[in-house]
Design a protein around this ligand. Structure first.
Ligand code: ZN
Length: 113
């Protein structure tokens, strides 16, 4: 795994950090290049981006970008978003709310752990 100059992964939250080896493995099987993290919290991201919560990373995409995105999605599971951004791949930990079974006609939103 490579880090672009100036990228600091020390503040990444465990939800992302513990998945780095999965990313490295998936990338090795798909791409000609080594996994390279190009951004964590530094750089410019949209307001409210999970980058600033240390829950998102950007990685350099290889020639196989589209397939890689889908494979990474499968490897990481539903709590993670993997987005093809055209010139890089954005990955974030973003568990989706789930609806509880209705009780007295009311469903509650909760988050997957
Ligand atoms: Zn990003």
């Amino acid at each position: 795994m490579l880090l672009k100059a100036g990228v600091d992964i020390s503040r990444l939250r465990p939800e992302i950090r513990k998945k780095l080896s999965i990313l490295v493995d998936a990338f090795e099987g798909l791409e000609e290049v080594e996994l390279t993290i190009t951004s964590t919290f530094e750089g410019t991201h949209s307001a409210g981006s999970l980058h600033y919560a240390h829950l998102a990373i950007d990685i350099r995409s290889g020639d196989n970008g589209y397939v890689t995105v889908n494979t990474l999605k499968e490897g990481l599971g539903p709590d993670y978003d993997v987005v093809w951004e055209g010139d890089h791949i954005h990955i974030e930990y973003d568990p989706k709310p789930v609806l509880s079974p209705p009780k007295n006609g009311v469903s509650y939103l909760s988050r997957l752990e």
